[in-house]
Design a protein around this ligand. Structure first.
Ligand code: FEO
Length: 162
């Protein structure tokens, strides 16, 4: 069974993953508003993945006889000034999430909760990929220039994400 402290911390992470899903959905909507269909699709896949992250922890809380406690999800912002700025925000956000996951790992170690420690290892690896994906896109935008006309091919490439 989960300790109260661990249960609360995991529930907080469910909320943060759902916020991430909401944030990327807002980014998808913004890309739609400027007709960048490929980037909108990339963000939609990202948003769906974040919901899956939340559900992974949700299912784990239940499997450990814990109680799921859903909280209010903060509203994300709705406007960005350029494509590059959106992906820079994704990168900063993912670095923040990595910090949250590492703090959960630290807590699992402190509590000697081996099962939670093991479950969180999936997230530790996932965060390496999440940060790397965002940083690679930022690098590509730097090469072509953060100008809608120049980003046409990149938008097409991002649209291939499944
Ligand atoms: Fe659920 Fe993008 O980390």
């Amino acid at each position: 069974m989960l300790s109260k402290t661990m249960e609360e911390a995991l529930n907080r992470q469910v909320n943060r993953e759902l916020y991430s899903s909401y944030l990327y959905l807002a980014m998808s909507a913004w890309f739609e508003s400027i007709n960048f269909k490929g980037s909108a699709g990339w963000m939609m896949v990202q948003s769906n993945e974040e919901r899956a992250h939340a559900m992974k922890i949700y299912d784990y809380i239940i499997a450990r006889q814990g109680k799921v406690a859903l909280d209010t999800i903060e509203a994300p912002k709705a406007k960005w000034t350029s494509c590059g700025k959106v992906f820079e925000e994704v990168y900063v956000h993912e670095q923040k999430v990595t910090g949250m996951i590492h703090a959960l790992v630290d807590l699992a170690i402190k509590e000697k909760d081996h099962a939670t420690f093991e479950m969180l290892q999936w997230f530790v690896k996932e965060q390496v990929e999440e940060e790397s994906n965002a940083s690679q896109i930022i690098e590509k935008i730097k090469i072509v220039g953060d100008v809608p006309g120049h980003l046409f091919c990149l938008d097409h490439e991002l649209g291939k994400r499944k």
